[in-house]
Design a protein around this ligand. Structure first.
Ligand code: GUN
Length: 279
């Protein structure tokens, strides 16, 4: 039987550590404040933003909420970001993605001051990760590294295969595994013999966005499997990019969906808020 990596328990452990750390910061007169910007009415984004605000409250981070109508112009959004960049009371700025049609996500990400970019999406932070300099790291891949480390899984020297090359998950995931001295392969939609390449993996991280695409034919016996996907099935239940029931008997450890990678994203966002990167 594979070990089930319990992301809910590990994320709670991290949040409790951060809460203690912030108590010490506050005892010395410090504080932390996160500004959260939500544009439009996307129901999933509203749930995510609500969960981020709840986590802030749990840890003791002040959260300031900016809920803007879907018709907000690019100029209005950029003006708000500029104001928050200049506000010394604000430590972190998060713009929930995706933005409504008509807004330029790329320009918005670049407008956030890199030292307040707690999502780690700004090109300066992405570049810092690649060249091994301090900076904010994208929360979901940072959470995967914590899941591995806190489950006692060694990365150094291991064959790591990442399936997916998004800017938010796949690319930073590859950079982080490399930083931990893994031997890293990145696969994508044009990869030939995908199952064969995945079967090399000691650690397989899947972020493709296709429900239950990865079956047993992609798995080396005894591999560690990390599933970043999350999808709602027709019966209302959640599933990942990995066919859990088919894959679990073949691996040594696996993350479930829900309760695996998902809760780690917010825990790492909270970590980025408490442990500031100042330039
Ligand atoms: N939308 C989905 N995931 C994320 C995230 O991690 N950060 C932001 N800002 N938006 C998202």
């Amino acid at each position: 039987m594979a070990e089930r990596i319990d992301g809910k328990a590990i994320s709670l452990q991290i949040k409790d550590e951060l809460k203690k750390q912030l108590e010490e910061i506050r005892a010395q007169g410090g504080k932390r404040c996160l500004a959260v910007i939500l544009v439009g009415e996307d129901p999933a984004s509203k749930v995510y933003v609500g969960n981020k605000k709840k986590a802030c409250e749990y840890i003791g981070i002040e959260s300031r909420s900016y809920e803007l109508p879907a018709e907000t112009s690019q100029e209005e959004l950029l003006a708000l970001i500029d104001k928050l960049n200049k506000d010394s009371e604000v430590d972190g700025i998060l713009v929930q993605l995706p933005l409504p049609a008509g807004l330029d996500e790329r320009q918005v990400i670049r407008a956030i001051a890199p030292e307040k970019d707690v999502d780690g999406f700004h090109p300066v932070n992405v570049g810092s990760l690649l060249i091994g300099e301090p900076g904010y790291v994208s929360c979901t891949p940072a959470g995967v590294i914590q899941l591995l480390k806190r489950s006692g899984i060694e990365i150094a020297g291991k064959e790591c295969v990442v399936v997916g090359r998004s800017n938010i998950v796949g690319k930073p995931m590859a950079a982080l595994l490399l930083r931990e001295n893994g031997t890293v392969t990145v696969c994508h939609s044009r990869t030939k013999n995908l199952a064969e390449v995945c079967r090399r993996a000691d650690i397989l991280v899947v972020a493709v966005g296709k429900p239950r695409m990865i079956d047993a034919s992609y798995i080396k016996e005894g591999a560690v499997v990390i599933d970043v996907g999350i999808h709602r099935m027709e019966n209302g239940k959640l599933c990942g990019d990995v066919d859990f029931d088919a894959v679990e008997p073949h691996c040594s450890a696996i993350t479930p969906v829900p309760g695996g990678v998902g809760p780690m994203t917010i825990a790492m966002l909270m970590n980025n808020c408490v442990n500031r990167v100042t330039e």
